[in-house]
Design a protein around this ligand. Structure first.
Ligand SMILES: Nc1ncnc2c1ncn2[C@@H]1O[C@H](COP(=O)(O)OP(=O)(O)OP(=O)(O)O)[C@@H](O)[C@H]1O
Ligand SMILES: [Mg+2]
Length: 347
């Protein structure tokens, strides 16, 4: 509902009326309209005070919050940082976008794809992941059987229709896209297209994020190649990876394989997440200690790092599981140290 627009038109009608008729003739018929308007605005405000509404108040799109999170809490992902921020800013600034914003995050395990998606959710929606306008679907969890492609297509279309009817600024996150049976994602094409023809809804304000490991190895290989050619990690650009990803995503089995979404180029941004190096994993380890209010010594950090495997064989600089599952290991180190300390104190 655009209250400002309604008030604007009422004002225009009133002014035009004054040009031809006298005051009473113009104002009296408007009284019931005004009373009704005030009542509906009041009920709308009361409703949205207690319950989440699809308004700027509940979808504040706080980009400075997002920028701070990406800058201070996400390590080694300068391409994701810049691209995500610019893409979202552009999408929210346009009052009538031509199509839904579609971003596809690619990379090896544990390097921040869900982590960044969570920061996006928290910055866009006041209620973050709890918002009724944020919808999360996960590969094999929501689409477990290869035999049920048609059923899933129908189901996901109904989901999107329902959610977009409720709020045009909905966010749809599809995790583990590479594990979604081939063909299911074709059902999304009408929602992602330019000038979508779906009666009763306009999906162009929506945001779609796809997450997958597809292309992760290719990204690592390309990064090594760029590094050998003298390009530092921080100097790499989106274009260094973009074509590679579109081809990789399309050719590898699962999710986007033989998918019209790719064929008609409906994905606006392929975002490569770069494999993490020791310096990044070290920062994750320090964070994990600090989250538990422990300031780690060098020995403790080194112990945390000793659980991390690096690869590929040469140059052996990328953590094979990124920063994944570090939390658990750090927690064990802290618990063990606390037990040892207690034993020491009791002697
Ligand atoms: N680049 C990063 N900077 C800081 N912390 C990170 C980064 N990547 C991962 N982490 C930490 O590791 C955890 C796991 O990362 P995340 O779930 O985002 O991995 P992922 O890329 O989605 O992996 P997968 O492909 O296996 O799902 C995060 O919750 C976060 O604590
Ligand atoms: Mg993930």
């Amino acid at each position: 509902m655009n209250i400002t627009r309604i008030i604007h038109w009422l004002f225009v009608i009133l002014i035009s009326c004054f040009a031809y008729f006298d005051y009473g003739e113009c104002v009296v018929p408007l009284i019931p309209i005004a009373v009704g308007g005030v009542a509906s605005i009041a009920s709308y405000m009361a409703r949205c005070y207690f319950k989440e509404c699809c308004t700027d108040e509940y979808i504040p799109a706080n980009f400075s919050k997002l920028e701070t999170a990406l800058k201070t809490e996400v390590y080694g992902q300068h391409l994701a940082h810049q691209t995500v921020l610019n893409a979202l800013k552009g999408h929210f600034r346009t009052t009538e976008p031509k199509k839904a914003l579609v971003m596809s995050f690619h990379g090896l395990p544990g390097i921040g794809k869900n982590y960044v998606a969570n920061f996006i959710t928290d910055a866009l929606y006041k209620k973050g992941a709890e918002s009724q306008y944020v919808h999360f679907y996960k590969g094999r969890l929501n689409f477990p059987s290869d035999e049920k492609v048609e059923e899933y297509k129908e189901w996901i279309q109904k989901e999107l229709l329902t959610h977009l009817r409720t709020c045009q600024r909905s966010l749809f996150i599809f995790d583990e896209v590479d594990k979604i049976p081939e063909g299911v994602l074709n059902a999304l094409v009408p929602f992602l297209d330019y000038h979508p023809m779906i009666p009763g809804i306009n999906p162009t304000g929506a945001i779609f994020i796809f997450l997958s490991n597809t292309g992760g190895t290719l990204i690592a290989q390309r990064l090594i190649k760029l590094w050998k050619d003298g390009k530092k990690r921080e100097e790499t650009e989106l274009q260094d990876f973009e074509n590679l990803l579109a081809r990789g995503a399309f050719n590898e089995k699962g999710g986007f394989h033989k998918c019209e979404t790719i064929e008609v180029s409906l994905i606006d941004y392929y975002i490569p997440f770069l494999p993490l190096e020791e310096v990044h994993v070290r920062a994750c380890i320090i964070d994990a200690f600090r989250r538990r209010e422990v300031e780690p010594s060098d020995a403790m950090i080194a112990e945390g790092l000793s659980h991390v495997t690096f690869g590929p064989d040469t140059p052996n600089i990328y953590s094979t599981a990124g920063c994944k599952r570090l939390d658990h290991k750090i927690s064990l180190i802290i618990q063990r140290d606390q037990i040892l300390q207690k034993l020491k104190d009791s002697n």
